[in-house]
Design a protein around this ligand. Structure first.
Ligand code: ACM
Ligand code: ZN
Length: 495
């Protein structure tokens, strides 16, 4: 007879993010290597993934993926009894989330799945994380580890920051100096000529995408324009206003050397580069950057001034939006949708921007409010309320981290649709992202420490937003998940 002693862990104690609806039942199902998995179409591939991730075999119906019509895109139902596990969904995304729930229970409870019934679906469609692989380079193995963990907790967007002042990491055929020069920087802290960095190979980029897609995660490459381009300018100085020379930077910050908006050769490069990126990356989005672009070089550049005159632009802000529109047109030409940091809104009130440009609000929530007012869809990643995961966990000199503080409580109470938004604005919010910039993140272990458990808390707030205290009461559970996943998470004070 199944007994529910006080020591028996219930599924509702173990699942995170907390499902929208969960009913604990008596007994459990024990997962083992002879457990079999079956699927009705179109879930055969999900069942293959499940067999691999759970260490089971295809064959019988111990675990059954069942297709029904009528559930939402990512919605799933999970029923665990003492004799069978049934996952029901309308889409492969829903089926995958059901699999993740089973996997979490197995992982955290030594393969014993407490009986339960779950009905679950996410609150927001865009549930993402960004990893800066320029300031420091992260291996494909580590990126896969992060994608796996993030997807387990219901995240579905990997924003891959691949170009910046300190390096360029995407191979572009026909432009050999991208690899020779832009992909590496000198390490000026050493006096022995060392360099740092490299490109990801096309094979590695495809490997990351295939791995992510198995986990229903979309990959968004970011190609920075028109600022944060020192690495590109070092390789092709003719794309800058002065012609250089420029250096791949080994310092952090904002640099005045930016793309020369008056230079047609620069535009020709991006025509080609964006087309190649659009081919190499199969998902529908390309992030075009747009943040932190000083305009002093444009003020002093005859070519930029000539462009402004020719296009009837009245100031450098308008020149930036003209350039943003050019780059967006290249993205569109390749069948993709552009995303930009919130500065893409600056100076564009009169000129407008392509309607389908998604704005990522990072300087607080203001960009999100403004973008939604102007009819753009929005991704929230405000650095003021917990979405910057390179910030310290707490305001202490003993903590690693850069620039600011994002406390566990801030993330645990994060809302992608803050009360300052009216209903119209809220309707434009796709979701949110946690961003890990890596100026001061030298290694994968350090990245883990900064990401976890904050990324798990953010996942909860995007899946099924709860009160901060309810989330913070589950930190021990999150830490235990990290242990099982070999993730070295922050275990300090909860502030
Ligand atoms: C940013 O943090 N500069 C987008
Ligand atoms: Zn110029």
């Amino acid at each position: 007879m199944a007994m529910n002693t006080p020591h028996t862990l219930r599924a509702s104690d173990l699942l995170f993010p907390t499902p929208v609806s969960i009913e604990d039942r008596d007994g459990s199902y024990r997962l083992h290597s002879t457990t079999t998995i079956a699927a009705s179409p179109p879930f055969e591939e999900t069942a293959d993934t499940a067999a691999a991730l759970l260490g089971c075999k295809r064959g019988g119906e111990d675990i059954l993926f069942k297709h029904i019509e009528g559930l939402d895109d990512e919605e799933y139902r999970l029923s665990i009894s003492t004799v069978q596990v049934v996952i029901t969904a309308s889409t492969t995304r829903g089926a995958f989330h059901g699999l993740s729930a089973v996997r979490k229970l197995a992982l955290i409870n030594d393969n014993i799945l407490p009986a339960c019934r779950v009905c679950d679906k996410p609150a927001f469609v865009w549930r993402g994380f960004m990893l800066d692989c320029v300031r420091h380079f992260f291996s494909v193995d580590f990126i896969k580890k992060l994608i796996d963990a993030a997807s387990l907790f219901g995240l579905n967007r990997f924003h891959w920051h691949l170009t910046d002042d300190q390096g360029w990491r995407i191979p572009i055929d026909g432009w050999p100096k991208i690899e020779e020069i832009a992909s590496r920087r000198s390490e000026l802290q050493y006096n022995d000529g060392r360099t740092y960095g490299r490109l990801y190979t096309k094979e590695e980029i495809c490997e990351v995408q295939a791995y992510a897609h198995k986990r229903q995660m979309i990959v968004i490459p970011e190609v920075e324009t028109p600022g944060h381009v020192s690495a590109l300018l070092a390789a092709y100085p003719e794309f800058g206003c002065t012609g250089g020379p420029y250096e791949v930077q080994d310092r952090w910050g904002i640099f005045n050397e930016v793309l020369c908006a008056g230079n047609d050769a620069m535009l020709a490069f991006f025509e080609d580069a964006i087309a190649q990126v659009a081919t190499l990356f199969s998902d529908p989005y390309i992030h075009i950057g747009g943040d932190e672009c000083p305009q002093s070089a444009w003020e002093a550049c005859p070519k930029c001034q000539a462009r402004m005159k020719a296009e009837g632009l009245t100031g450098e802000h308008q020149l930036q939006s003209w350039l943003t529109s050019q780059i967006c047109a290249m993205v569109h030409k390749n069948g993709k949708r552009p995303i930009g940091w919130d500065e893409v809104l600056d100076g564009t009130e009169e000129m407008g921007l392509p309607d389908d440009l998604i704005v990522q609000s990072w300087q607080g929530i203001q960009g999100g409010l403004e973008a939604s007012r102007r009819g753009h869809q929005v991704i929230m990643s405000p650095n003021t309320v917990g979405c910057y995961l390179d910030y310290r966990h707490r305001d202490s000199a003993e903590e690693m981290g850069n620039l600011g503080v994002s406390t566990l409580r801030q993330v645990a109470s994060f809302t992608a649709t803050p009360p300052q938004m009216d209903e119209q604005a809220k309707s434009m919010v796709l979701g949110a992202q946690g961003n890990l910039w890596s100026e001061r993140v030298l290694s994968a272990r350090q990245a883990e420490y900064l990401l976890f458990p904050r990324l798990q808390l953010l996942a909860q707030q995007l899946w099924n937003p709860r009160e901060a205290d309810e989330n913070l009461n589950r930190i021990e559970l999150l830490t235990k998940y990290c242990e099982k996943l070999d993730i070295h998470c922050y275990r300090g004070a909860v502030e």
